[in-house]
Structures are given as structure tokens and as C-alpha cells.
Write a protein that binds this ligand. Sequence first.
Ligand code: C2E
Ligand code: MG
Ligand code: MG
Length: 896
Amino acid sequence: MVLCLVGCALLAVVWGMTFNMVRLEREGGYRAAASSAMELGDTYEAQVVRALREIDQSLRFIQHMHLHEGPRVDLADLKARGLLPPDLLFVVGVTDRAGIVLSSSRPSGFHDVTGEDFFRQQRGADTFFISRPRLGRDGEWKIDFSHRLSDARGGFDGVVFVTVAASYFVAGYEPSRLGAQGVLGLIGRDGIFRARRTGDAVMQGEKADYSTLLAMPADRLPAPVVNTWDHVRRYTVARELFEFPVAVVVGLSESEQMAEADERIAADLWRAGVASALLLALFAGLAALQWKLSHTRATADRALRTEVAIRRKAEAALNLRNRAVESSVNAVLISDLSRPGNPIEYVNPAFEKITGYSAGEVIGRDARFLFGGDTDQPAVLEIQKAIRERREARAVLRNYRKDGSPFWNEYSVAPVRDEDGNVTHFVEVMNDVTEAKTYEEQLAHQANFDGLTGLANRNLLQDRLQRAIATARRDGESLAVVFLDLDNFKNINDGLGHNVGDRLLKIIAARLQACVRENDTVSRHGGDEFVILLPEAAHSRSSQEAGLTVAVSKLLTHVSEPLALEGRQLRPTCSMGVSIFPHDGEDADTLLRNADAAMYRAKELGRNRMQFFTAEVHERIHQRMELESSLRLALEKQEFVLHYQPQVDLGHGGIVGIEALLRWRHPTRGLLYPGEFIAFAEETGLIVPIGEWVLNEACRQSVAWQRAGLPKVPVSVNMSALQCEQPDVVDMVRRALDASGLDANLLELEITESLSMANPGQSVPLMEALKSTGVMLAIDDFGTGFSNLSYLRRFPIDRLKIDLSFVRDIATDPGSLAISEAIISMSHNLKLQVVAEGVETEDQLALLDARQCDSIQGFYFSPPLASAPMAELLREGRRLAMPLGRRRQAARAVRM
Ligand code: C2E
Ligand code: MG
Ligand code: MG
């Protein structure tokens, strides 16, 4: 850039100077030419004036002679006396007043001048008249100068004239000064050149603009102008002569005059051009040099920058790696293999944190101390071998912290090589996997143990059972599988909440665990089911059963010990089924299935008991399987019937309700009761269509009885939990009422206590919706479900039915009596009617009656009946025996 500026400045100087010189040259040339023109003008003017004066004087002389000496002027005499201008150049002539040439110094060529301008001119008045050039007879251009000749009175008396060759006036043309294109001329006031010479050419008679020519100031140097006569630019000087009517014109051709100057200018320009070219070449060279230099420098800079960047990157990468190692959560240590004992050279903070050793304590030591004395671990041997063989390795092993505690870690070693490929160091990374190991162990535990009770789970039991079977088979021994299920656990769970249920399960688990031997296995099989595995010595079946009865009874007793949970006294019971290897099954699944079947039988037989797997149980299983398959077809085959059980009022003894109870007319097994199939129907969902059939049938039957003229008695229908969960249960009720035409208030729906209490948030709206159809609602089996009695207030119900288990024991068990009594009085407080179920004896009746139970249902009055006998009963209008009514009234009277 700077170079460029300097170059431009130098060029400007060169050309500035050159143009200045050119200007000076031009000005000098111009001044020289103009001065020369002025000078020539002066000289020429002087020459012409001298010639004209001479001519004028000669003419005036003759004029004077004519005036004084008479018209006959002797020209020859005058010539001889030398009074005439030189004869060679000038011809002098005299005419008379008629224009006839009287005499001439030399033959003038004229005889008569009357036709000439000057004659006409002079005749008017005397003047020094210079005529326009004319071509003489000798072929030469002539100019005539004349004066008038006057007589004594002043009248016109002729003309005296001098004829001169026109070229005479431009003979002073000096080519050396005027050049070939200069001009020397004499021009009359009429603008006609009398003579003009340029180079060798003499011209006459051309026309020029006289006033323009003369307008140029005479005292100043002339500027070049284009001459109109020949269009050449000249420094032109024109001067009108003071005494004569002509002007002299001198011109110097501009091109000729400036030729020298132009040459010098050209030389100057050429020199400047050359100098510029040299300068340009020089600067171009310099610029090229500079560009090359800067290019080289830029390349060098770039290379330097790249190198710096690479170095910085490398440094950053190294820093990053350092920081990464420093902040790694894994312990990293580097040991030096070039020194004996492979001393530790570096440990990172994670190492210090994990092992508890500070860097200062371990640097310089052999890393093997981390294995403690535990160097027999196969993984340790593998790592040591890898270090000896200078190769990578990875293993999970135990190390020891400074405080001596072991920790598991994934230990990996990798050799570090120098530039020659020799292993100089080893990097050892320890990834603490203690947590993962613990987690693994936990997972293994979870996979095999029950999370709630800590007992073996289904998996582990299977495993142990299979092993036990294998051992028993090998040793000819035996073993027993006990399947245990808590009674009514669902009620506890639903009524008291899952937390209470869970706590109960834990307590039961602990109780079971407490009363088995060390090599027995207690497992939780899911929900409230437990399985106990009891390896046994092989004995006869009977002695084995006897021994097992003792062991299992112990379990029963322990489980059913009373306990308090959530401020409630509970007495959990369980039902157990026992199967024995190899009699009841030779593989785990069969043994479990048969123990389960036996347990199921124990439930059927009244719960809180044990049952061995027997031929009868086997038969029951078989029946059950058959039952299951035939139940699916029963509805289609119209095998269901309803039986009806009347409810009687304890006041007047009349029938106040009829409960519809489902029966199945089994094609092979005869009439089956709900206890044999209802649970299964619920499990399979078949209870929904079956329940709908019951509702429709009960409504239909009730209307049929009415139509038959029997008294209007409300009919009660049992609703299962699954039925109530159906979204269209209310519609179903409406449909049944509509289809049958039964009055809604003659239908009562019985909902079990456990269902209503399981989730009051849902059951209250459901009951309200059912109630909105106009039907009555009753809570069935009341007293078995750990009810939260405060909810009862919110239930839109009409009646409570005391569960038959209380009624059964009412006469023998004060507890049952107390509960029945409490239920009756509470119901009355809530303005609810109370029905006692399962009244079989007069004692029971009397007790209930004394406690003001409203009505009863039971064998005492009537078992459930088929529709025809039920209709008969209604028609008869049978009542409860009157003595009871009287007792009742009496009791009331006493109370009053
Ligand atoms: P539940 O609703 O409590 O019905 C009363 C049960 O007590 C009936 O048993 C009845 O035969 C029996 N019973 C009546 N009086 C006495 C008596 O004096 N002593 C004894 N020991 N028992 C008496 P059943 O008919 O075997 O029905 C058992 C249960 O099956 C019913 O108990 C009810 O919960 C259910 N059930 C019956 N029919 C249906 C039905 O159509 N749908 C649904 N979901 N469940 C039904
Ligand atoms: Mg019922
Ligand atoms: Mg009942």
C-alpha cells in the first residue's frame, strides 16, 4: 500500500515536472514566435512605409511639376535627372484629363486609363490611391499608385501613376525567418490583398476580413489564429499604416514556429514516459517482492498459528484428560514398572475416597497391598498374570479399604507404552461395584423371598420342593406339603384396610415360622396362602398322618391365637390341606395341587381345620372340575330353579318377605345348593348372567303369585359383588321390573356386608342409584364383615339381616348373643328393620324375640321351598305359632 502510494507520488512528481516543462516550452515557443512575428511586423511595416513614401513622393513631385510647370511634364528629363524612382521597378506615367497616357518612364502598357479604378477615383478628388492588383501584359501582377493632376484652377487635369510589380512588396519574405508557411502581405482597407506571399507563392486579390485582422491589438503579443484565406494557424500581426490606406500583415505558422518546442516537448514527454515506465517497472518489481514477502510471511504466520492451535488443543486435551482422571468416580492408580516392586506413582481422588488411603500413604508402595491377604481369589491371580505378561485384563474382585472392610470392584489393568513400545507403566482402574453386588444379592433375594413376610416365595419353594422330592426319592423317604389359607382374610383386608391385612400376614408368617423345624420351609404362595414343606421319615400312612396331625394342629392353634390390630380384637383362623409324597403325588405340581384341593375341602367343611388329601377330596376335585364344565351350560339348558324361603314378622307372625334362593338341578348330581357353585360362578364371571336370570325369575314369580290372587309379599334377591360392579346394574334392575310389571317396592335387593363396606365411596352412590328405582335394600350376612358402623348411617337401606353364624350360637355363646343384641338395638336406632337368618329353634326365636328382632327367616318357620309349595304356604296364610306372639306382647307390656 505504502509502496503504491510512493510510486504514485513519484509518478505525479515526474509528470508534474514534465507538464510544467511542457507548459514552459509552449509558453517559450509561443513568446518567441509571437515576438518574432511582432519584430517581423515592425520590420515589414518599416519597409513598406519606406517604399510607399518613395512612391508617394515621386507622384507628388510630378503632381507639383505639373501644377507649376504645365501639363507637359518631361518624364524623360526627370528620369535623366534621377528624380524618378528606379526605372527597373517602377513605371511612372501621366495622363490627360481624358485619360490618355501622355508619357511614361517606360512603356506602361496603358494608352487609355479611363477604364481603370484609379482614373475614376482621381477624377473625383485627389488621394493616394492604391489600386487592386491587375495582371499586366507581361503576365505579372501589377499595382497602380496614383495621384490627381490639377490645373491652376484646381480642375481635373489628368492622373499621375506609378505601376509596381505586386511581388515587389513581398520580396522581403525571408524563408529563414518566416518558414514555408509564414505570411507577408499588404491588404487594402477594402479587405483585398494587394500582395501576399507564403513560402515561394505570391498571391493577389484574395479577400480577407480587414476589420477582424486589424482588431488584434498591436501592442500585445499575438495569439495564434486561423487565417481565413488559407486556414493556417499563425501568429498574425496586422498593422494599418499611418499615412497610407493599407495595412501590412505578417504571420508565422504556429506549427512551424512551435516545431522546435514541440520536439522538445515530445522529448520531455518521452523521457517522462520512459521514467514512468522505469518507475512502474521498479515499483511493480518492488510490489511483487513485497507481495512475495508478505505471502511468505502470511504462510509462516499461518503455519505458526496452526502449530500454536495444535499445541493448545493438545494442552487442552491433556488438561481435560487430567481433569477427567482427577474427577473420575473410578479409582485410578498408575504404577511404575521400571522400578523394583512396581511402586505406585499416582492415585486419583476417587482412589482416596474409595479406599480410605491418602495419596501420601500409598505412593511408592506396591499396589498388591490392596488385596489384603485375599490373594487366592482367581480374579487376583488373573490380574497379576496379566501384569507379568504386560497385557490388559479385567476382573471383578475383592479389595480391602484402609479400615479393613472389603469392597467389590471391577478391576482393570492396561499397560502404558513409551515411544519405543516398551511397557513402562500400568494404569489400574477400580470401579467400585459393591452397590451393584449388593443389589444383585437383593435381586436374588427378591427372586426367592417374599417382600412382605421375608418367607421363601413360590420360586424358592418350587426349588426346595423339587430338591426335597429328589432327596426323598433317593433315600426312600417321604415329605408332606401343607397348603394353608387364612379364613375370611378378604373381609379383614376389605373392612380394615390393606395395611392391617399386611400386618396380619406378617404376624401369621412369624407364627408359622416359629412352630416349624429348622429344615422345614414356610413359604408365602401369594395373597393369604402359605405352603409349608415338611420333610418326613417314611412310615406307614396312618402313623404318618397321626404325626402330621399333631404338627399341623400345632400350626392351627398358633395361627388362631387372638391378637389386637388397629384396636380390634381378631382371632384369625386358617384352613389347611395336606398332601404326602409319594402317596398323593410324585411331583411338585401334583403335591401342591392336591394339598390345595384338601385345603379347599377343609373350607367347605367349615374352615379353621385341616384336611388330608383323601379319596373323597380327590372325588371332590373331580366333581368340581365336572361342575365347572357343566355350569357353563346350565343357564342355556334351563337347569336353574329358585327356591323361596319366607320371612315372618315377630309381631303378628305373618309372612312379610320371601327370599329367592338359587338351586341348580344338576343332570347327574341332583339338586345343588349355592355353596357348591356360587363361588365358582363368581370366579368365572358367570354369576352376572345367572344373577340376571335370578332377578327376572323372582320378579316374574312374584307377579305370577299376585295374579294368582295370593297376598302381595316383597321378594328378596341376592346380589353378588361382581353383579354390583357391572356398569348397567341399575338398568338391569329397571329392565327386570319393567319386563315383569312388578312394583318396585315389592322387590328387595340383598347386598352382602363385605361388599357394601369394602369401598363406601363407591357403594353409597351405587346403593343410592339402586334405591332410586324404588326397590328396597337390605344388608345380608351382617356381623361377619368388620363393618365400620358409622357408614351404616349413610347407607340408604331398609333392613339388616343378622348372619346365621350368630343366630346359630345365640343360645350357647354369650358373645353371639351380645353381638345380635347390639345389632338389633343399633338398627333400631338407625330406624332399620332387623331380620335374623337361620332361626332353627324355639330358643333362638325366643331370645331374638325378647330382643325385639323384627322378623326371622329359618328352618324353624320354613326351609326354602320350591315355588309351588311356597305358593301353597302363601295361600294358607300360615303364621308363626301364636304363643310366641303372646309372649312377645307380654314382654312388651312388661317393658312398658
Ligand atoms: P343367604 O343369602 O344368607 O341365604 C340364606 C341361606 O341360609 C340359604 O342357604 C338358606 O338355605 C340357609 N338357611 C335358611 N334357613 C336356615 C336355617 O334355619 N339353618 C341353616 N343352617 N341354614 C338356613 P343357601 O340357599 O344354601 O344359600 C347360600 C348362600 O348362597 C346365600 O346366603 C346367598 O348368599 C347365596 N345365594 C343364594 N342364592 C343366590 C342367588 O340367587 N344369587 C346370589 N348371588 N347368591 C345367592
Ligand atoms: Mg340372602
Ligand atoms: Mg345370609
